[in-house]
Design a protein around this ligand. Structure first.
Ligand code: AHR
Length: 344
């Protein structure tokens, strides 16, 4: 199943070319779209909204960087694939570049989709293109990551409370470290809301509650396993056995860090305590093996909620400004029982 989804994913997102996963729409189709309608709130003419009776949705994904993100992409594409009779879906893989996401959004506006979904690779720099979407009368749904824009430029945010995840990560690490010791931090992609807020939530909590816990060093591992390993290797070289705990903004980076610790002859989960965010299967396996301590869950299975919200917007219904994900904290002592229940 995993391989099938991965194949679907690869086929759908191999490049930035915007093709509907339903296979019904190509960029060429957009050239024969209906003539532009008068602008809603700007001087320039806005593209026509889709006359398609189907719900037409464009989604600009960050790119492929972690098991978590693959799970989110699969959740969205799977839902669209199950509803090809009612949903016309266009997907863009931005390959970790904001400029590619901006290009994708502009293409979706040109196509006159009903709703645009975006997982913003970074928080800032969206005002101009969001204003274009607003002027075209196309609502923007932020999915999993936030953008720093005025409230009127997006319709809703579907996702987690990253500040709270950072708070919880600090509390959990404090418990296994006995409220004291030195920590190294693997940050997510520079400028991403998931990285900014998880860092802030963690630091604020240490400051407020744990004066004897200190962050020795903090560096980006770009949310990837390979970079997480590389950065952890350099932390080990510099700080050696002064390190008592690792905080990683996602599980994939922690899995890389675990490899680095083992290769250096250290015992992750024992000599060095760990906490990371996401809740992917790999970290549960590491917890079962005694090589990781805690994961703070972040739910990637947002497909059904996303399309449900798109449909509500097409139907003219109001939606909450923040549709919050429901999440838990998982620890090593229950990992063996929890692992079989994990779906990503
Ligand atoms: O925005 C959510 C974060 O981004 C996930 O924790 C991470 O794995 C992803 O890439």
């Amino acid at each position: 199943m995993k391989r099938v989804l991965a194949t679907v994913l690869t086929l759908c997102i191999a490049s930035l070319s915007l093709a509907g996963c339903s296979g019904t729409t190509t960029p060429a189709d957009t050239q024969s779209a209906p003539a532009p309608a008068p602008a809603a709130s700007s001087e320039a003419a806005a593209p026509a909204k889709s006359t398609n009776t189907k719900l037409t949705v464009g989604f600009a994904q960050v790119g492929q960087e972690s098991g978590w993100r693959d799970a989110e992409t699969s959740s969205i594409q799977f839902y669209a694939g199950q509803h090809v009779d009612t949903i016309d879906f266009k997907f863009a893989d931005a390959q970790q570049k904001q400029e590619n996401q901006i290009k994708a959004i502009k293409s979706f506006i040109e196509m006159g989709v009903d709703v645009i979904g975006l997982a913003p690779v970074v928080e800032t720099g969206w005002d101009a293109v969001f204003t274009e979407a607003k002027d075209a009368g196309i609502p923007i749904i932020l999915v999993d990551r936030r953008a720093k824009v005025p409230d009127d430029l997006y319709t809703t945010f579907i996702g987690s409370d990253f500040i709270n995840e950072g708070n919880e990560a600090a509390d959990e690490l404090a418990k296994v470290m006995g409220n004291k010791g030195n920590i190294v931090e693997l940050e997510g992609t520079v400028g991403a809301s998931a990285a900014n807020d998880r860092k802030k939530g963690f630091e604020d909590q240490l400051k407020a509650k744990y004066p004897d816990m200190k962050v020795l060093a903090s560096q980006t591992g770009d949310f990837t396993r390979a970079k997480g390993k590389e950065v952890m290797e350099s932390f080990i070289k510099t700080y050696g056995n002064q390190i008592n705990g690792v905080y990683a903004h996602n599980d994939d980076m922690m899995l890389g860090a675990i490899e680095a610790m083992k290769e250096a002859g250290l015992k992750p989960g024992q000599d060095i305590k760990t906490v990371s965010c996401d809740g992917v299967k790999g970290i549960f396996e590491a917890m079962v093996a005694g090589e990781a301590n805690i994961t703070v869950e972040c739910n990637p299975l947002l497909g059904p909620q996303f399309f449900d919200t798109c449909q509500k917007l097409k139907d003219g219904q109001q939606v909450e400004k923040w549709i919050k994900s429901d999440e838990s904290v998982y620890r090593a002592d229950t990992a063996a029982k929890d692992l079989p229940t994990r779906v990503y």
